[in-house]
Design a binder for this molecule. Structure first.
Ligand code: CMP
Length: 141
């Protein structure tokens, strides 16, 4: 019997730019090929109040109004992924925020040229994963 701790979960959003560009399959495929499990997946359009809740820590930042306009501009795909150290693994796979600077081989590094329209959001810590999964998928709580 393994004595390792239970797998973690993280929340991922495949953002409206990725949906518009037809990159959902490419992005989901990368996570699947890595060996991560998809515990939930839904297409949804984020409305204004929900954006404020999801991005609670950013609502006062100067980049928030255009970020909110972008994130509410069309459908996105929300997923819960699970696997060993999934929060850190997914953050490494998506790369740094600015697609122009993200390393080649990462999702943003290979496919984005923007620090706003950067294709993917992923929880950045166990606390944010818990909060974001409860917000997007309350039925998983
Ligand atoms: P995300 O991982 O969803 O978390 C916050 C988002 O804000 C980030 O990805 C980017 O889409 C956006 N963002 C962060 N910093 C900036 C910035 N300086 N200018 C524009 N957008 C930003």
């Amino acid at each position: 019997m393994s004595s390792s701790s239970p797998d973690e979960r993280t929340l991922v959003l495949i953002k409206p730019d990725a949906v518009r560009r037809g990159l959902v399959g490419e992005i989901v495929s990368r996570f699947e090929r890595k060996g991560l499990r998809i515990d939930a997946m839904v297409t949804r359009t984020m409305h204004a109040d929900f954006a404020d809740q999801h991005y609670a820590e950013h609502v006062d930042k100067p980049f928030y109004p255009p970020l909110k306009a972008f994130m509410t501009s069309g459908p996105l795909v929300a997923l819960v992924l699970s696997g060993d150290q999934v929060i850190e693994v997914v953050r490494a796979m998506i790369g740094s925020t600015d697609g122009r600077k993200a390393a080649a081989g990462t999702i943003r590094g290979d496919l984005s040229l923007s620090n706003r329209e950067n294709l993917v959001h992923a929880s950045d810590s166990p606390d944010s994963a818990k909060r974001e999964i409860a917000l997007w998928f309350p039925e998983l709580g």
